[in-house]
Design a protein around this ligand. Structure first.
Ligand code: NAD
Length: 314
């Protein structure tokens, strides 16, 4: 099967691309290598797979409808794994127009291409952030998601809704995957695992919000990747799945793990929780378990050990 992966040079995209090629699929990668974080990292991510004979790689933008059309005409992908996005919550507070443009318009263009070119399956990256500041835990897929705390989750919710419309009107098979705090090798340099590990190793202070009491349901990349491939392979109409670890860990403990694995003490500065951030993320993964055979296998203790090993080049 020929599969288009958007955002293929990113953190999650590069792991998915490698896995598809390893199992024998033909893969078409698309990424615009934007400079939200250092494009050299993305080129390094893509270098891991782009010379593979079953890979075709396009440097381009999901907002370029003409280029998308040419790509679909040439490649005729049977499935799309749509990961390209502006992905950080706090950055969206200052750049909401960019998020609307990339996430909503870009996703709509891809859905339109999927309809026109008879794509069999559309896997859409969404986020745990759509649950907002809900106090009902763990989060279940049919919980209310109509009170986002920032533009980023609002745009992702819009993508979920647009995908539903394409399913309803055109029979497109859609898997919406709500990822929970994904981390691991090649992890995004703006995310906490990376920034805290880097600061602790360099003897610079880290900022802990709300006295380190927020909880996060960290998901190791290998588990997220397995969930994405299962969603790709499972026949579905329109379904939403939480892909988390289902084991939230308090931030203070998260810092202790990095201290243990780096052998350094953290210098901690405290700050209030930003209004864009929830106190807790916590996935109920029973639906993904039941319908996709998804099973998180790497707990934070092991995952952060592997992350610090990768970070330090061990
Ligand atoms: N990492 C997480 O914890 C997490 C959590 C929830 C949801 N997600 C979602 O998962 C997906 C992948 O996230 P990631 O962490 O790998 O982020 P990432 O930033 O590493 O990857 C996204 C990739 O998309 C590309 N991209 C952005 N705009 C583009 C455009 N207009 N055209 C073409 N390519 C474009 C970027 O260059 C980047 O390589 C995103 O949709 C994100 O919203 C991630």
């Amino acid at each position: 099967m020929r599969i288009l992966v958007t955002g293929a040079a990113g953190f999650i995209g590069s792991h998915v691309a490698e896995a598809l090629l390893a199992r024998g699929d033909a893969m078409v990668g698309l990424d615009n290598f934007n400079d939200y974080y250092d494009p050299a990292r993305k080129h390094a991510n893509a270098a891991a797979f782009r010379e593979h004979p079953a890979c075709t790689f396009y440097e381009g933008d999901i907002r370029d409808l003409e280029a998308l059309e040419a790509l679909f005409e040439r490649e005729r992908p049977a499935a799309v794994i749509h990961l390209a996005a502006m992905a950080a919550v706090r950055y969206s507070v200052k750049h909401p127009l960019l998020y609307e443009d990339v996430n909503v318009r870009g996703t709509l263009y891809l859905l339109e291409m999927a309809r026109r070119y008879d794509v069999q399956k559309f896997v859409l990256a969404s986020t745990s952030s759509v649950y907002g500041a809900t106090t009902k835990i763990p989060f279940q897929e049919d919980d209310p998601t109509d009170k986002p705390l920032a533009a980023y989750p609002a745009t992702k919710k819009a993508c979920e809704l647009l995908a539903h419309a394409y399913h309803h009107l055109h029979g497109l098979s859609v898997a919406v995957l709500r990822f929970f705090n994904v981390y691991g090798p090649r992890g995004r340099p703006d995310m906490t695992p990376y920034t805290f590990t880097e600061s602790i190793l360099q003897g610079r202070p880290i900022t802990l919000f709300a006295e380190g009491t927020p909880h996060r349901d960290w998901t190791y990349i290998q588990d997220t990747r397995a969930g994405i491939l299962a969603a790709l392979d499972t026949p579905l109409g329109y379904e939403i799945f939480n892909l988390g670890c289902s084991r939230p860990v308090v931030m203070r403990r998260f810092v202790e793990l990095i201290e243990e694995y780096t052998g350094r003490r953290a210098i901690i500065e405290h700050a209030p929780l930003p209004p864009s951030d929830p106190m807790v993320t916590y996935a109920d993964v029973s639906k993904a378990r039941r319908m996709l055979g998804y099973e998180p296998t790497v707990q934070l203790e092991e995952g952060m050990r592997r992350f610090v090993d990768w970070f330090t080049g061990c």
